[in-house]
Every structure is written in structure tokens, then in C-alpha cells.
Design a binder for this molecule. Sequence first.
Ligand code: NAP
Length: 314
Amino acid sequence: MESIGVLMTYPMNTNLEEQLSNRFNLFKLWNYPSFQSFSETHANSIRALVCNTKIGADANTIDSLPNLEIVSTYSVGFDKIDLKKCREKGICVTNTPDVLTDDVADLAIALALAVFRKIPMSDGYVKSELWKCSDYPLTSKFSGKAVGIVGLGRIGSAIAKRAAAFGCPVSYHSRSEKPEAGSYKYYPNIPDLAANSQILVVACALTDETRHIVNREVIDALGPKGVIINIGRGPIIDQPELVAALVERRLGGAGLDVLENEPDVSEELIGLENVVLTPHIGSDTVETCNDMSDLLIANLEAHFNGKPLLAPVL
Ligand code: NAP
């Protein structure tokens, strides 16, 4: 396999880079001044593209690599891959589901706790020695709050399980009701889910249908005591509407791991003390990143050995 050309679009994990370069002829796009200058010299060598949530595989990239057979994303979300183009050209696509589910679900609960219990602010309070002057103001309880989940997939279900352990009644919205969802109440639309929730957790995939699916109507249905947690993708929420609602106190707070134009963050968002932000780190633990690397490599090896893919998207 050492002669098979693999192009990595972004430096995502040194362990993955090592594993790829031990097995394949690895090209790192960031070592070239531009994609164009890379493809002028090496386009014909590339049979596999390894991408992620920062630099994916758009139509131009796919068209520029005439011998491309497989696109493997180091993520479960595949919104940065032009699936239509891959389908047209018979290119396989794989992702890294399941191995990251626990970490992302853990972070969703951590963000909810951080917002309600004001953990980042109280940390700053102690470290700046304000504790010596007065006790920290009261915060809000998380346990028992009504949790509404947008997208009861792998991660949404893991969040539901964790929320239930905190005594939170769980409801959800997906395109269809899940028979396996047991006691979780199904809402066929998001405004009704929001109106009956105190915390709305966004855990669905980003698609043409879900872009800005959390809009002003949804935010207003959640109301001034409500909190939004987003561990899905930034553009699922209409961010200007979210910021306006937070500034005007029409929404109680937000915990956001993903943003609409990440890594750019609006000044307004940074200035809000009812908002907790993390830099798209849902699956970024050493353990999970190693598991994601192993799964990505296993998919490439399966493909080039003519075996069934372990995590096929296409
Ligand atoms: P999954 O099992 O495929 O779940 C996706 C969910 O999205 C399903 O419940 C699906 O429900 C729902 N959905 C899709 N289209 C919808 C629509 N139009 N309206 C409502 N719900 C819709 O995927 P997963 O493994 O749980 O991952 C979910 C997402 O989390 C990924 O796509 C990714 O964007 C994000 N993620 C973020 C991080 C991070 O670092 N923050 C890490 C990993 C993943 P139905 O099919 O029933 O409609």
C-alpha cells in the first residue's frame, strides 16, 4: 500500500499522520502554498482524500483529483463533503461514527452545567480573589430541567441518557418518531419542542433542511429562562437571531461548542456572561481521537483490500 497516494487536507492529529505515512504515500496539503500548486504536480497520484470539519472535499477538489476513489472524513459529520459529486463519480465516503458519541454527549451536559451553574465565571471569581470580598451570587439548578433534543441520533440519544440520569424529563424532535425512544416525548416540530423545554440541545446533522432550523420562532418559544446548547454545527442556528435574543434577554443563555463562522466569534457573543463557548472540541480527547484515527485507517485499508467499509456514508 506504500505507493498509494493519500492527501490529508489539514493537520488534524499527529498520531493519524504517523499511521498514514507508515502505510501510504502521504501528502500533507498544508506543506504546499495552495491546492492548485499541489494538484498541478501530484493530482494523478491521489487515490484517497483524508479531510475534516475544517477543510473538507468540495466539488473543485474532487474534480481536480482524477484518480480519487475514497474520501474519509475524520469526523462523524459530512457536511463539508460534496456527496452529490462523490455519488456521481462513484467515489466512496467514510466517517467516524460511534467512537466519538460519549465525548460529544459529555460535553453537551458539561456546557449545560457550565451555563446554569456559571462554572467559568465562578472560576474567574475565585482566581481573581473576589471571593475574599463577598460570596458568589446564586446560580440556577440543572437537575430536573426539561431537556428538548433536536436530532435523536447516536449523540442525541447519548445526551438523552445522561440528561435522564440528572432527573431531566427528555423530549425530542427528529424527522420521524423513534419507536425505541421509550418515555421520551416526540414533537413533530421544533417550536413545540422548544415551548415545552427549558434546555434545547442541538444534536442533528447540518443539511440543507437543518440550516437555520433554530430560528427566531424557536428561540422565542424557548423564552427568557431557556438555554440553548449546540454541539451539532453552527449554521443549524440562525446566529444573528441567537445573539440578538441573548443581548435582549429574550433567551436565558447558551452553551456553544460550534459557531456559524467558526473560528470567528462576534464581539457581542464574547461579551455575554450568560454564554459559555468552547472551540469545537466535542470529540477532542486523546482517547477518542486515537479511536477515530484507527477507524479512519481501517476504512482506508478495507477499501484498498477490496473488503467492506467499516463506516460507509456512500
Ligand atoms: P446521527 O446518528 O446520524 O444523528 C443525526 C440526527 O440528525 C438524527 O437523529 C436525525 O434524525 C437528525 N436529523 C437529520 N435531519 C434532520 C432534520 N431535517 N430535522 C430534524 N432532525 C434531523 O449522527 P450523530 O453521530 O448523532 O452526530 C450528529 C451530529 O453531531 C453530526 O452530524 C455532527 O454535525 C455533530 N457532531 C459535532 C461534534 C463536535 O465536536 N461538536 C462531534 C461529532 C458530531 P432523523 O433521521 O430521525 O431525522
